[in-house]
Design a protein around this ligand. Sequence first.
Ligand code: HEM
Ligand code: HEM
Length: 535
Amino acid sequence: MSTATPTAPQRRSATAAASNYIDERTSLSVFVKELGRKAFPDHWSFLLGEVALFSFVVVLITGTFLTFFFQASMAEVEYDGSYVPLKGVEMSVAMASTLDISFDIRGGLFVRQMHHWGALLFVAAIGLHMLRVFFTGAFRKPRELNWVIGFTMFILAMGEGFTGYSLPDDLLSGNGLRIIDGMIKGIPLIGTWTSFLLFGGEFPGTAIVGRLYSLHILLLPALLVALVAVHLLFVVVHKHTHYAAPGRTQQNAVGPPILPIYAAKAGGFFFIVFGVLALIASMFTINPIWNYGPYDPSPVSAGTQPDWYIGFADGALRLIPPGWEFVWLDRTWSFNILVPLIALGLFILLVVSYPFIEAFVTGDKREHHIADRPRNAPTRTAIGAAGVTFYAGLWAAASSDILATHFRLTMEGVIHALQAVVLIGPFIAYFIAKRVCLALQKKDREIVLHGYESGRIVKLPGGEFIEVHQPLDEYDRWKLVSYETNQPLMLRPNDRGKITVAQKIRAGMSRWFFEDRIAPVTKGELEASHHSSQH
Ligand code: HEM
Ligand code: HEM
């Protein structure tokens, strides 16, 4: 057969012509060349930011599909779709259109499920990515601002999640909104008016779904997309951090180039994230609003749960002891709402400003491009463990009723135990994490100087038994040795020859931060151990 198939060189030249055409009009090649040559260090933990990025893309694509069919109206209709048990039930157009997406639009249920699972993964990946950045100290100079941008995106993502969850106007979403309404109304003086402003009058009114819709599909995604762009631009500008290894310094970034290796890997990884989400969406139901029905406060019972990332706020409300409400100056002061609001606000403030607090305490103004191993920064790791415990306690409290019913405990017992986890747990976690880090550092020191225990016991000619130690290879030794030791700040008199109270506080904090530490192995020690192992 002699069909004329285009030959490879012809195809290439067509591609070349097309890229020339584009380049002559955009000068894109300069940018691609510059970016393509950048090295991107490789480590599994760097994939977490990518999972966040790719699940965001999935959520954007599936969300766009949903906008074609979702109707953000709270007008009342009688449901007349194909889900028989709800036929004839009065509900909002928003709820009815979400049911239509689920049962009457081809592929609608699948896309809805993918959107919801994608959202859950998105926020989870952000959280884990943030913990990776925290525990490796990758937020230090020059990346402090990127930490702030990242954290802002975290808050926006939670906002996206909450507004999205509220759109279908089903039993649970209406209930979530009722909790928010209660929290807003609990703010003294302005609470009631703010709630009226948000809901356009008495809760729930007829405006809220439309308003949340504008936030959900326009304002918040636009802000997120813009911030993601700046975030990634900063990653390129600062270079990515890398872990200590031979040839890696504070001045370079070692890894495969972005083009073609990293881009090909990342592209493949996008399809894995997409595929896994599609698989989960097709196998596990999430938010079956047809089981819940339209919003009505009366049938909500124990066991209802918000999406996971809202759990910590819900838990904070549940942990406040009863009766924290007083009438004073003819007004109700709801400390049961104010205290969690203030505590969460402070927690958020602390997290977002952590890079600046640590830099102040350590007085460290150097740039850091080698990421810390968490054990080598024991105080930071311990602070992180304390923060995670605090968050986990609040989060678990959102399921206090489920814990009580599943484990046949009293509700009060569960609440008291979780109150202890939130108030005392962080201190215990701090202590344990710090001791574990120091122990691991000591172990590293032993390994560097004496090698790994091999378990092989040998009897020497003189009758003595010794265990043969396996020496480390160069690469591992580098990893274990190459970390900085930091000294607490010295108290020095200022220009007027005085030591101020602020200086004393700072020096005290710096001592606390650095006091407990294991000195890194010195060159002399290494040489000595090398000699002794040779003889
Ligand atoms: C929408 C959410 C986010 C997306 C899509 C995102 C994406 C990324 C990606 C792809 C990277 C490079 C790969 C990696 O290190 O994992 C990165 C790095 C970074 N991200 Fe994020 N991130 C997000 C949220 C956050 C948050 C919440 C924080 C911290 C509060 C943060 C702080 C950083 C920092 C400091 C770096 C530089 C890390 C380094 O050089 O080692 N990001 N981000
Ligand atoms: C980070 C971004 C986003 C998150 C975390 C998020 C989250 C959610 C969640 C949890 C729901 C409820 C889903 C359900 O009914 O089970 C939802 C609904 C919805 N989302 Fe998003 N979303 C995001 C971005 C977007 C974008 C960018 C669009 C549109 C361009 C969009 C459009 C919609 C629509 C139309 C609905 C209502 C339909 C429905 O509930 O099934 N979302 N979103």
